[in-house]
Ligand binder design. Structure first.
Ligand SMILES: Nc1ncnc2c1ncn2[C@@H]1O[C@H](COP(=O)(O)OP(=O)(O)OP(=O)(O)O)[C@@H](O)[C@H]1O
Ligand SMILES: [Mg+2]
Length: 354
């Protein structure tokens, strides 16, 4: 039997299954932190995952299998994460009690905060501490994830021959990624904005806790669709022009204009969410925005975000403090960093965590 003093820390492989691509990361803990062992990336066709729902599970499973083969993954225990409207994260106030007491009563306490039947969701929580007003209450981060969506994602993992051991949510994975690479000083608030293909999630990390999250149904796809509309080209061509794989030729000016209009909208939406956070909590000024996700690479997005929010903005590098062997090209790591923010955070999770 396993002794509780020496919890077995099984190594895991992490998959971030996004609507545009699957990202794989395997890391190991070394004396001075973390070492990157494996990194894999595979695009999905646009119809495989739509609005966070797996439509074509066969394609997702096959893509997972190819990645496992390509990267020579031997581990079975897998960490994955969910995001979007299947995930509800709310900061709520409960009467002060111990963690065990809350674990007992969470189903009942949580019911009023969840817009789905309580039997349809898995609930988890993190106690943040006593409330600021000192009314015998405590602040709790409540997390609810729809069971059917968990099932859809764990099923493709199982079909690919893996064993799902932890289902996390994107924002907490990003919190772990930040912990390793950009530790937040106590009392400081930083925003992490993950701009994927179909969804942008915003979280505010205070100290090392996420205390606010919000998601906007906007991302890289909006850029592509706007280019498609304004330049009358196919989705594929628009995507290639956006990412610089295809030369727009004489349409360069129009391309920039299309991208700039979407980037401006997105920057405003982010600003609105952050204003909402700042307005709702005393002394909660945000000091910096870190961008993650593939669409954070869109031309001029960093500048526009900086301009609209009047905050310093930088693209996060999830590999910044990781040791990486010679087989990893430093330039490639830098270029692909934004795609891997969630996966790196997930890869720090160990089986014994839960
Ligand atoms: N160089 C680039 N410039 C602009 N956008 C880019 C670039 N490279 C990739 N993208 C866009 O980034 C998006 C993919 O990012 P990411 O991998 O973070 O999304 P995802 O996790 O698959 O999606 P989601 O989380 O929304 O389900 C796509 O919309 C893609 O077109
Ligand atoms: Mg994503």
């Amino acid at each position: 039997m396993e002794l509780p003093f020496f919890p077995k820390k099984n190594n895991t492989v992490a998959f971030d299954i996004g609507s545009n691509s699957i990202k794989l990361i395997q890391m190991r803990q070394v004396k001075k932190g973390w070492e990157l062992l494996k990194m894999g990336f595979a695009e999905l066709p646009p119809e495989a995952i739509v609005d966070g729902s797996i439509i074509d599970s066969m394609t997702v499973t096959n893509t997972l299998k190819e990645l496992i083969k390509e990267q020579g993954i031997k581990l079975k225990d897998t960490v994955l994460s969910l995001t979007g409207h299947s995930v509800i994260i709310k900061k709520v106030s409960f009467p002060a009690m111990t963690e065990d007491e809350l674990a007992e009563s969470i189903q009942w306490e949580a019911e009023q905060y969840i817009p789905f039947p309580i039997t349809d969701v898995n609930i988890d929580f993190q106690i943040l501490g006593a409330d600021a007003e000192g009314k015998g209450q405590m602040d709790v981060m409540l997390v609810a994830v729809k069971k059917d969506v968990i099932n859809d994602y764990t099923n493709v993992i199982k079909e690919a021959g893996l064993n799902p051991v932890v289902v996390d949510v994107d924002s907490f994975a990003l919190e772990n990624m930040m912990d390793i690479n950009y530790p937040v000083t106590p009392g400081e608030n930083v925003a992490v904005v993950n701009i994927g293909a179909s969804i942008t999630s915003i979280s505010v990390i205070v100290g090392s806790f996420t205390t606010f999250t919000r998601s906007i149904p906007m991302g890289g796809n909006q850029f592509t669709e706007e280019i498609q509309r304004q330049l009358s080209v196919s989705f594929k061509d628009a995507e290639d022009m956006k990412t610089g794989r295809k030369d727009p030729g004489q349409e360069g000016v129009q391309l920039s204009a299309a991208m700039e209009s979407v980037a401006t909208n997105l920057a405003f939406e982010v600003k609105r969410s952050l204003d909402f956070f700042v307005g709702g909590a005393q002394g909660a000024d945000i000091s910096r925005i870190y961008l993650c996700g593939g669409a954070s690479k869109a031309a001029r997005l960093v500048e526009l975000m900086q301009e609209k929010t009047a905050l310093p903005v930088e693209i996060a590098d999830p590999f910044k403090n990781l040791a990486a062997g010679k087989s990893f090209d430093a330039e490639k790591l830098k270029q692909s960093g934004p795609f891997f923010c969630v996966a790196v955070g997930l890869a720090t999770r160990r089986f014994a965590d839960r």
